[in-house]
Design a binder for this molecule. Structure first.
Ligand code: TGC
Ligand code: FAD
Length: 395
């Protein structure tokens, strides 16, 4: 029987975690070991989102975890990060689902929504009774969402929405979509961007699944179509008045991804280390005794340890209200890159066995290709950081 995951704590960071933080990590780790690991390889193979896990994730407080009230857990940002780390150790698709539900649906409703919107949606989203998605990206506008062509037109006490959104996580299973559109009549700049709640079943609103993905196969990815979709003015998020508000949602998700990537990297490292200690080649010696294999294990361990420091520090800053979006960009960019390198290196350590589904490495590697692209590509985060350091935008 496989041994349970023991974590990776080279720098004794556990000593700096509070009892509550360690409890949240323990609880999530047990959930992943008991409920996710046994089924996830099959879900990935079958291109299936494990929806049956949603109620228990709701009970464990994973949805909207940092929100106070509305049935949410009121976790700190560090606790939320540890949840994301453990979930992505299971699978990036599961972490992605929770990221979207929490950071990209509940956060904007909580931050920019009316009291009525909060009371209607947050308790049901917190339990998982209702699911949400976030529509920012369009077929022609990914890295540059400011160019979006989706439009909202005021018509009496309603808005009429027209446009297409693409690559939307949970699109076909969502009961509500947070859709970003430019409001006609107020110019074409980022100040014209507004957020709308579009409910499943609204005439003119449809969603379809993207098939043929070799990445995030345990997650639903969709396109959204809006054709003369009429939503009441009560579905406009009153506090969301520019593109900046959509970008604020991304900060929440990108922060969680920085922790999630650590989980995927830890899974790959742990698998490679255990394998290298058992697999023998030349002189009846475990491959862990060969210098070049050790170099790979040392690289992974060092980069994971540095990544842990980065996410933890950004989390502590976030809990004090002092994390800027540049800090979050650095953590997302570094940790996803590092995790993808770990996956490639770990696969190499396993030789031919590394390409099979008997080990989680290739699944993590394929997932991480998406994680490198979504929520701002690696290169877009380079440019965000370059902008911050030099004061010159080079997008
Ligand atoms: P720009 O002129 O640079 O900025 C407009 C205003 O927004 C401010 N700002 C931010 N504020 C808060 N948080 C951020 N992250 C911010 N980034 C920029 C900025 O300071 C400015 O403020 P002000 O007061 O001066 O008006 O805007 P731009 O249109 O040139 O865009 C810049 C850029 C490239 C950084 C932005 O468009 C960007 O981040 N692009 C990447 C797009 C992206 O990440 N999309 C993600 C879609 S959602 C998704 O992928 C979900 S995946 C599922 C999962 O999470 O698991
Ligand atoms: P592009 O923007 O076309 O970029 C292509 C390449 O060009 C990249 O390498 C990029 O770095 C580079 N590039 C672009 N501009 C520049 C520049 N100025 N300088 C240098 N290089 C540049 N979006 C949502 O709104 N909601 C979701 O729930 C969601 N979920 C997703 C789930 C998955 C599985 C995936 C893969 C994507 C998801 N996305 C979602 C979309 C995601 O945010 C976009 O894919 C991402 O922002 C990149 O956009 P793009 O794919 O159009 O690539």
């Amino acid at each position: 029987m496989a041994t349970k995951f023991q974590g990776f704590d080279f720098l004794n960071l556990d000593a700096s975690f509070s009892e509550d933080e360690l409890l949240v990590r323990r609880t999530t780790r047990d959930f992943v070991d008991d409920k996710v690991i046994p089924i996830i390889e099959g879900c990935f193979r079958e291109d299936r989102f494990p929806r049956e896990l949603v109620p228990q994730m709701g009970e464990l407080g994973f949805f909207g975890a940092t929100i106070n009230g509305y049935g949410c857990a009121g976790m700190s940002n560090v606790e939320y990060g540890l949840v994301m780390q453990e979930l992505e150790r299971g699978d990036s698709g599961l972490r992605s689902f929770v990221s979207v539900q929490s950071a990209l649906v509940m956060y904007p409703i909580y931050t920019f929504g009316s009291d009525e919107q909060k009371n209607t949606w947050l308790p049901a989203l917190a339990t998982g009774e209702k699911l949400g998605c976030f529509g920012l990206t369009e077929p022609g506008f990914g890295s540059n969402p400011g160019g979006m062509t989706t439009r909202a037109r005021r018509d009496g006490s309603h808005y009429i929405l027209n446009g297409e959104k693409m690559w939307i996580t949970s699109g076909t299973i969502a009961d509500v979509a947070v859709v970003w559109a430019k409001l006609e009549g107020v110019g074409d700049g980022s100040d014209s961007v507004r957020g709308f709640l579009v409910e499943k079943g609204t005439p003119g609103f449809s969603a379809f699944d993207v098939h043929g993905k070799w990445s995030l196969r345990a997650s639903v990815t969709s396109g959204l179509s809006l054709q003369d979709v009429r939503v009441p003015e009560s579905n406009l998020l009153p506090g969301a008045t520019s593109l900046k508000n959509a970008l604020m949602c991304l900060n929440q998700a990108r922060y969680g991804i920085s922790w999630g990537a650590l989980g995927a990297a830890m899974s790959c490292y742990d698998t490679a280390l255990n394998y290298a200690k058992i697999r023998k080649q030349f002189h009846d010696m475990p491959i862990a005794g060969h210098q070049i294999v050790q170099e790979k294990l040392v690289w992974m361990a060092s980069e994971i340890a540095k990544g842990q420091l980065l996410s933890l520090q950004v989390g502590r800053l976030k809990d004090k209200g002092k994390a800027g979006h540049q800090h979050i960009s650095m953590a997302k960019r570094n940790n996803v890159w590092m995790a993808l390198e770990c996956a490639r290196m770990a696969r190499d350590v396993l030789g031919a066995n590394g390409i099979t589904e008997d080990y989680p490495i290739m699944r993590h590697m394929m997932n991480l290709e998406s994680v490198k692209t979504y929520e701002g590509t690696h290169d877009i985060h380079t440019l965000i950081l370059g902008h911050h350091l030099t004061g010159i935008g080079a997008y």
